[in-house]
Ligand binder design. Structure first.
Ligand SMILES: C[S@@+](CC[C@H](N)C(=O)[O-])C[C@H]1O[C@@H](n2cnc3c(N)ncnc32)[C@H](O)[C@@H]1O
Length: 239
């Protein structure tokens, strides 16, 4: 869905109810030789109201609702903003950011994976851990960013503490980029995992932003350790 396009369904960018109403539960009758874990994953997808609502609204990911809910709570976007979306594939967050900033705004999405084009969003297929990535973002940024988003996550290893560490490493890389490209007063949103390892990141953010809050949007699965940190009021370091 491109900028200016209206969502196909009834939802126009606000939170949805996850109750699922009176929908009948889908059950996979035959596994077709699939392993149990992928059958469980498919069953969860088929019965997830956010997956269905994302499809109905033309959003590329159910994660789009997490950003809608974070924006409802923290008022992240304003019309005309410049937004950098790190870990943007398949593009759900970039779709929402693009709608929120409107025609005068500017959205840049970055991911190691290729992303199918979305309206006026500029995509860079880059790895945030590559030192040259920040220069490439700055090259195409017309002005300092108002908002830097990171929903980055590495593929799960199934080992909780390893996964936590990898998400925090990505969040730290995102914070490093954010503090170099944000305008004073800017906003940084990043995915973290509950588990304590993020305390040094939090300490850093608290020294660079006026307000730092944690949030678990309703659409974030309750069984997941995932949550988000929203840091507002970036204070540019004195040189
Ligand atoms: C949960 S998905 C993001 C979903 C996205 N917010 C959306 O709404 O469509 C996490 C993304 O982080 C990306 N990612 C992981 N490590 C990265 C890295 N080092 N540099 C850039 N992107 C990365 C993955 O490729 C993946 O597409």
């Amino acid at each position: 869905m491109s900028r200016g396009e209206k969502p196909k369904g009834r939802n126009t960018g606000r939170s949805i109810s996850a109750s699922g109403g009176r929908r009948r539960k889908s059950v996979l009758v035959r596994g077709g030789g699939r392993p149990q874990s992928s059958i469980r994953w498919l069953q969860r997808q088929l019965n997830d109201p956010y997956v269905l609502a994302a499809k109905e609204n033309g959003y590329r990911s159910r994660a789009a609702f997490k950003l809608i809910e974070l924006d409802d709570k923290f008022k992240i976007f304003a019309s005309g903003n410049t937004v950098v979306d790190l870990g943007a594939a398949p593009g759900g967050w970039s779709q929402i950011a693009s709608q929120k900033v409107g025609r005068r705004g500017n959205v840049i999405g970055v991911d190691t994976q290729f992303i199918d084009p979305i309206g006026s969003v500029t995509f860079l297929q880059l790895d945030v851990s590559d030192a040259k990535t920040i220069d490439k973002i700055m090259d195409i940024q017309k002005r300092p960013a108002d908002v830097v988003l990171s929903d980055m996550a590495a593929r799960s290893t199934g080992h909780a503490s390893t996964d936590h560490l990898r998400v925090i490493t990505l969040a730290e890389a995102a914070a490093e980029i954010a503090t170099q490209i944000l305008a004073p007063g800017g906003i940084f949103v990043t995915k973290v995992f509950k588990g304590g390892t993020e305390s040094s990141l939090l300490h850093e953010l608290k020294s660079q932003f006026d307000r730092v809050k944690h949030a678990k949007p309703p659409s974030s699965r309750s069984g997941s350790a995932e949550e988000y940190v929203v840091a507002k009021g970036f204070r540019q370091p004195r040189h």
